[in-house]
Design a protein around this ligand. Structure first.
Ligand code: PAF
Length: 294
C-alpha cells in the first residue's frame, strides 16, 4: 500500500522557499503558501542553468484553515519568523511536523507547540532574484535531518531534489553553515563587496580569520569534539561563491532587516551563557546595526 504524500503549508515563498516547493511538488507533494489574507495563486518562474520552469502555488490564509496543519515548511527570513508564525497560530499541534529552512539558528526556539516534530534543512545551494522570478545559481548539497530516521517520504523526495542527503545528527552541519554565514555575510554586507573579496583582500581575510577563531573557541566549549578549522572551510565557501552577493549584503542594499541576530547574535548569546565574549562578532553586530550602505 502506498502512503499518501504530505500537503505542506509554506511560510516564506522567497528564493529558498520557492526552490523547496519546486522539488516537493516534483516529488508529488502539494504545497500552498500561507498568506495574511485571501490571495490569488502565486505564479513563479524558476530559471535553471539549462531550462526555465513555471510553478503555481495556491495561497491559503488563516480564515481558510479548516484543520490542523500536518506539515509546515518555514522558509521565511529569520527576522520575520514571529510575524509569519502568527498566521498559523492555533493550527499547529503535537502532530505537526515542521521543516525549518532558514539561515542562522534559534528562530523557532520556544515558538512551536510542545511535542511538534522539528526537522532542519541546511543548504549550500544558491538562488537569487525577487519573487516571482527566481534564478537557481547552484544546486549544491542540501541536508535534511534532526531525527533518528528520515520520514517515509524522504527517499521519494531524494529522487527529485538534487544532492539531498539525510543527516540524523545535523548539529555540526548547521554549525558549519552558521560559521560561513557569520563571517561571509556581515563582512560582505558591511564593506558592500562580493563574497570573493574575503579571498582577495588581505585585511578582510584577517578579519575573517579572527571571526573564525572566536567561533571555533565557542563551538569547542559547546562540544569538545568540534573539529574547528573553520577558517579554511569558510575561505573555501567564499572561493566557491566568489561572484555572489551574500544574502545579508543583498538585504542591506535594499534596506531590509538583516539576519544578523539569528547568525552572529546566536553565537554571542551562546557565548554569554558560557561566560565568554566574542569581541569581533560583537563589533560586527554593532557596526551593522547602523545605516544601510549609501
Ligand atoms: O547567505 C548566503 O549568502 C549564503 O549562505 C553564502 C554561503 C554565504 C553564500 O553567499
Amino acid at each position: 500500500m502506498t502512503e499518501s504524500l504530505p500537503h505542506w503549508h509554506l511560510l516564506g515563498a522567497g528564493n529558498m522557499g520557492t526552490l523547496a516547493a519546486w522539488y516537493l511538488t516534483r516529488a508529488g507533494h502539494t504545497v500552498s503558501v500561507v498568506t495574511d489574507s485571501p490571495a490569488p495563486p502565486q505564479h513563479k518562474t524558476l530559471i535553471f542553468a539549462e531550462h526555465n520552469a513555471s510553478l503555481t502555488l495556491p495561497c491559503v490564509s488563516p480564515s481558510q484553515f479548516h484543520s490542523t496543519i500536518t506539515h509546515l515548511l518555514v522558509a521565511s527570513k529569520t527576522p520575520y519568523t514571529e510575524a509569519a508564525l502568527r498566521r498559523v497560530n492555533g493550527h499547529l499541534d503535537s502532530m505537526t511536523l515542521v521543516l525549518r529552512f532558514q539561515n542562522g539558528m534559534g528562530a523557532l526556539d520556544g515558538r512551536l507547540p510542545p511535542g511538534a516534530t522539528m526537522l532542519e534543512a541546511i543548504t549550500t545551494s544558491a538562488v537569487k532574484g525577487q519573487s516571482p522570478q527566481h534564478t537557481i545559481v547552484a544546486e549544491n548539497t542540501t541536508w535534511l535531518g534532526g531525527l533518528p530516521q528520515p520520514p517515509a517520504w524522504f527517499e521519494g523526495l531524494q529522487r527529485h531534489w538534487p544532492n539531498l542527503c539525510w543527516e540524523a545528527d545535523i548539529r555540526w552541519v548547521q554549525w558549519k553553515k552558521l560559521v560561513a554565514n557569520a563571517v561571509i555575510n556581515p563582512l560582505t554586507a558591511l564593506h558592500d563587496v562580493p563574497n570573493g573579496a574575503l579571498v582577495s583582500d588581505p585585511s578582510l581575510q584577517q578579519q575573517a580569520r579572527a571571526l573564525c577563531a572566536e567561533a571555533d573557541t565557542l563551538l569547542t566549549a559547546l562540544d569538545s569534539r568540534w573539529p574547528g578549522n573553520s577558517f579554511s572551510a569558510v575561505l573555501q565557501v567564499a572561493r566557491d561563491t566568489a561572484g555572489n552577493t551574500s544574502s545579508m549584503r543583498a538585504d542591506r542594499q535594499r534596506g531590509a532587516t538583516t539576519e544578523i541576530e539569528a547568525i552572529n547574535g546566536w553565537l554571542l548569546r551562546q557565548a554569554q551563557r558560557h561566560g565568554m565574549d566574542l569581541p569581533s562578532h560583537r563589533r560586527l553586530i554593532e557596526a551593522l546595526s547602523g545605516q544601510a550602505p549609501t
